[in-house]
Design a binder for this molecule. Sequence first.
Ligand code: SAM
Length: 214
Amino acid sequence: MDAKTQELRDAHDVLAEFYADLLADALEHMPVDRAVLNLFADLVLAADIGTSVGDVGCGTGRLEPYLAARGLSPRGADLSPGMVKVARRDHPEFVFDLADVRDLPFEDSSLAGVVCWYSLMYLTPSDRPAAFGELARVVKPGGYLATAHKAGDNQVTRAGRSTNLDVEFDLYWLSPDEMERRVTEAGFVPVFWAGRAAEEQEESAQGYLVAQKS
Ligand SMILES: C[S@@+](CC[C@H](N)C(=O)[O-])C[C@H]1O[C@@H](n2cnc3c(N)ncnc32)[C@H](O)[C@@H]1O
């Protein structure tokens, strides 16, 4: 594992309990996030290609109950052993794997969709083709990818310090154009774009993209 990925993984091991507390009920206060996840679920169900979906970079697994309540069968994967441990503890009815988005534990064309919720913002530009290509590999033709990310100008920033947990890692606030270009190059067709302003406790605007696998 390269040094940057190790740093990111170690930081998220430390952040796991912090996120479990901070984000446990966060969706209740995030109507735009809920709306995009609802759209993703509706599109996947309408495609009629199964209900199995991946939640890649699942963190504490907070999306699993929400996706399941919408008729999907989610399975989580995350780079951080600490996150996977918390997800398994807090959501024992779901399966969580330790995995990197660049090497997913899913068969080719085995999923009706994949959610990457604030989890693709850590990839260096040179790592993005492998990651988006891997997401395209595991989604069935006609299936969907839904992403949420901090929106910005693609510049790298150092993140983590604001938690006061003595962690730091690289983070890219991605532009909608960059997201669209990467998903398109990997074999998805964008079908929905959205963004919203930063809320009081947030440092950046948020971007959303839903794309269909060709
Ligand atoms: C901001 S958290 C979001 C977690 C979750 N999606 C949520 O919305 O609560 C980002 C997560 O992405 C994971 N992650 C970062 N890079 C990853 C990679 N290359 N492969 C898999 N997971 C990754 C981190 O470990 C972390 O759990």
